[in-house]
Ligand binder design. Structure first.
Ligand code: 13P
Ligand code: SF4
Length: 352
């Protein structure tokens, strides 16, 4: 039987240093006071020690709680960056702080490594909206039409797809596909499909078959409120995630994935920003760019929020079988092909 690894509490001086480190990392920018920082520091200190001891890495999506992103993560980013970073991970243990489809992608790219998802229940409404059986039925209705799947899908759906896309490259990869095919199937995000079809001048139905999945966070933002925000905050630059409704996407100043939004905020000289997306992005942006002004307009994703420091510590000390991410070998091999296709086309189009 494997013995559990335990790390003792930090000494007073170690705790004080860890509190300072968290404050310097920007946690005080997002409103954490001394008592809260001390409570968090007791856990981040032990997680970081344990990571070293076990040779583990923690990738974290930008929507994760800010104390995870700034306190214990080894690399942080959007879905594309995390997938790319996972290709070259040397550690034998990956504790993925994100949702299941992201952890599955890490496992597919690292079949021999142990991949753990602390919040084993962290799913995604988009990934839940379509099964491999649904996709096979859709393909049977549109024979020969290639399938472009958003990365927010299960491994089994990826295995049935021709190429995967993320918010960071969907437009370019679809444009690449349309140079070679007159029609594509796009799953599972219905709003993203409609937004992309409009941007690319394609007609849904004729040129693009779109599945009707939605993100439970982004589908709920109200396009009608955008003009009110502009009146309340003159000059504010309003940005929305590409999973938002077409009406909202057309009302805002900038649309993209989380990585695109971060880049745009860095470049922009606007007096204030509104990031219409999951709340984690605004917290992260405030820690990275404390000099910029952010007006909160966000919602919490229950799946992304399910990971928290206590569960990460437990997962490192004594991982439970349900926290281990497994993908059957045949599914993983087929899914890997469609993910690697994304890497190839994304790199190709970036050079062009
Ligand atoms: P990004 O790839 O833009 O980070 O999006 C991930 C996601 O889950 C959006 O809801
Ligand atoms: Fe899925 Fe939406 Fe949560 Fe992202 S924010 S993980 S798309 S439910």
């Amino acid at each position: 039987m494997k013995t559990k690894v335990r790390i003792p509490q930090p000494k007073a001086s170690e705790l004080a240093d860890e509190v300072d480190r968290l404050a310097d990392a920007g946690l005080s920018e997002v409103g954490y006071g001394e008592p809260e920082l001390e409570r968090l520091a007791k856990v981040t200190w032990r997680i970081n020690r344990l990571k070293k001891e076990l040779g583990a890495v923690i990738p974290a999506h930008v929507y994760q709680r800010v104390e995870i992103v700034k306190g214990v993560a080894d690399f942080v980013g959007d879905s594309y960056k995390l997938a790319k970073d996972c290709v070259s991970v040397e550690a034998e243990k990956i504790v993925f702080c994100g949702v299941r489809f992201m952890a599955e992608t890490a496992k597919i790219l690292n079949p021999g490594k142990e991949v753990l998802l602390p919040a084993k229940e962290a799913g995604c409404s988009l990934a839940d909206s379509i099964t491999a059986k649904d996709l096979r039925a859709l393909k049977a209705r549109h024979p020969g039409v290639p399938v472009v799947s958003y990365i927010n899908t299960t491994a089994a759906v990826k295995a049935e797809s021709d190429v995967i896309v993320t918010s960071a490259n969907a437009k370019k990869i679809l444009a690449w596909m349309y140079q070679r095919h007159h029609k594509v199937i796009f799953v599972p995000d219905g709003y993203m499909g409609l937004n992309l079809a409009r941007e690319l001048g394609k007609e849904v139905g004729r040129d693009m078959v779109v599945w009707g999945g939605t993100c439970m966070v982004h589908e709920n933002f109200d396009a009608g409120a955008v003009s009110f925000y502009r009146r309340m905050y003159p000059g504010v630059e309003i940005m929305a995630h590409a999973e938002c409704s077409p009406a909202l996407v057309q009302a805002v100043d900038f649309v993209g994935g989380t990585g695109d939004m971060m880049r745009r905020v860095k470049e922009s000289k606007a007096p204030a920003f509104m990031l219409v997306t999951e709340c984690g992005l605004g917290d992260y942006a405030r820690t990275v760019m404390p000099e910029k002004k952010f007006i909160p307009m966000c919602r919490l994703c229950p799946h992304m929020r399910a990971n928290e420091l206590g569960r990460i510590l437990q997962c490192l000390e004594d991982p439970q079988p349900a926290q281990r991410v497994e993908v059957p070998a045949a599914v993983a091999a087929a899914a890997k092909r469609s993910i690697e296709r994304m890497f190839e086309i994304a790199e190709d189009t970036a050079k062009a």
